[in-house]
Write a protein that binds this ligand. Sequence first.
Ligand SMILES: Nc1ncnc2c1ncn2[C@@H]1O[C@H](COP(=O)(O)OP(=O)(O)OP(=O)(O)O)[C@@H](O)[C@H]1O
Ligand SMILES: [Mg+2]
Length: 470
Amino acid sequence: MRVLVIGSLAGELGQAARMAIARGARIDQADDVPTALARLRGDGRIDVVLCDLAHDVVGLVQSLATERIGVPVVACGFNADAESAVRAIRAGAKEFLPLPPDPDLIAAILQAAAGESHILIARDPVMQETVRRAEQVAGSEASVLISGESGTGKEVIARHIHARSRRAGGPFVALNCAAVPENLLESELFGHEKGAFSGAIARRIGKFEAADGGTLLLDEISEMDVRLQAKLLRALQEREIDRLGGSGPVRVSVRILATTNRDLAAEVGRGAFREDLYFRLNVVGLRLPPLRERPGDIVTLADHFGRKYADVNGLPARRLTAAAQQRLRAHGWRGNVRELENTMHRAVLLARGDAIDLDAIELGSAPVHAPVPGVATAVPANPARVDVTVAERDDPVAPLVGRRMEDVERDLILHTLGHTLGNRTHAATILGISIRALRNKLRDYAAQGAPIPPPPTGIAMPLHDAQLAI
Ligand SMILES: Nc1ncnc2c1ncn2[C@@H]1O[C@H](COP(=O)(O)OP(=O)(O)OP(=O)(O)O)[C@@H](O)[C@H]1O
Ligand SMILES: [Mg+2]
C-alpha cells in the first residue's frame, strides 16, 4: 500500500508516517499540494494521501475532484485546528487524523484505504482445490474471471494469482467498477490528457498504465456500463489504450483479472454484458466457494483473524479454547468470510484472560442458507408445521420482522458501540462502515435524543467526536 504524505516529516506527521511504515505501507512525501498533485497525476498506484492541515487540504480535495482523480484524502492536524479540519471534511476529505497520531487509528485508516489483508488460507479440501486451479493458471497470461458471493476472498485469490505469476515483480492495481462513479470510471481506467474535459488541467495516468508490466484487477466488472465495456474490449484486443482526449494510442502490457458476484453469463443472456468481452475475460473461470461449503477452513481462518486483530489493537495474541473452536465450527456460517472476521475481531476485544473462550464468541445471525454439513439440524416430523416454529425458535432474524430497517440499524450500531466501550474506530470496523459514516449516524441519533455511549477517556478522540459531543 502506498501513502503520499503532504507536509514535513520532521514532526508528528513523520511519527504517523513511521507507524504506517511499521504496518507495511510505503511512504512518498511531497512538500506542498502542487507537487503532490503532479505526483498523483503521474502515478496511479497511490492508495491514500495524508495531508497536513497546514496545507490547503480543501484545495487539494477540490482539485482531485475536478481532475477526476479518485484517491482518498486524510486530513491530519492538531485538535486545535478544529475549524480547518471541519472544512476539510466538508470539502470531501475522508477522515481526520488527530495528531499526535494514535496507532489504532492509523491502522484503521490504512485498513479502510487498503481494503483488506492478503494472506490466503486454504485448509478445507474444497478451497485447496480452488487454490490449486488458481496456481495452475497463475503462470499464464490468460484472463481469469473470479466469481463468488460477497466476501468469499475474490481479491485475496486475485493477489495470490498475481504473486505466483511472471508479473509478480510488477504492480498489482485494483479498480472497483461499482465504487467509482460512472463519469469517473473511464478516466480512472484510461487516464486523460490536459484539456480532455473542463477540469483536466494536466495529463493523468489511468489504472491501465499504472498496471503496465503487472496485473489489473477489475472488481465487480458486471457494473461497467456497456459503452465502457466496448472500450475495454478494444484495449484488451489491441493491447493499447487511448487516454481521454489523447491524440494516439499508448501500448500497455497488462494481465487482466476480473471479479463478479453476479452470474455474468446470465448478464450476457439479458443483454447487460457484452458476450465478446465475457469470453475475453473468462478464458479461465474460477469460482470461490462460500464459507458454508468449506467448514474445514473455519478454525484456521478464526486463528488467523484472532492474530490479525490482536496485532491491530496492540493486544497479545491469544489462542482459541477447544470449546470456542467447537462453537465456531457448529455455527451456520453463510458465505461471507467477513462475518467470521468480525466475530473474531469482537472476540479479541471482549476476551479476558489468556485465551479466547466461549464468553467472547458472540455470533451474529443463524443459518439463512444451507446448514453446515455434518452439523445436526432438527428435522420436524410434520413438515407442514415446520416453518413458523423453526423460524421463530432458531432464526434470530424472525423477531425483527415487523420492525423498521432504520430502527434495527440504530439498535445494532448502538449495541456494537456499547460492546467496544464507546471506541468509534473499533465499532466502525466491526460494522464494516467508515468512521465517518458511523459519526454521521451517531450525530443523527443524538439529535433524536438517543443516549450515545461516550468515547473512552484517555484515548485520542477523533476531533469531530469532541466537537459534536457524541
Ligand atoms: N481464504 C482466505 N484467507 C484469508 N483471509 C480471507 C480468505 N478469504 C477471505 N478472507 C478475508 O475476508 C475478507 C474478504 O475477502 P475479499 O475482500 O478477498 O473478498 P471479496 O470476495 O473480494 O469480497 P467483495 O465481494 O466484498 O469484494 C478479507 O478481509 C480477506 O482478508
Ligand atoms: Mg472484492
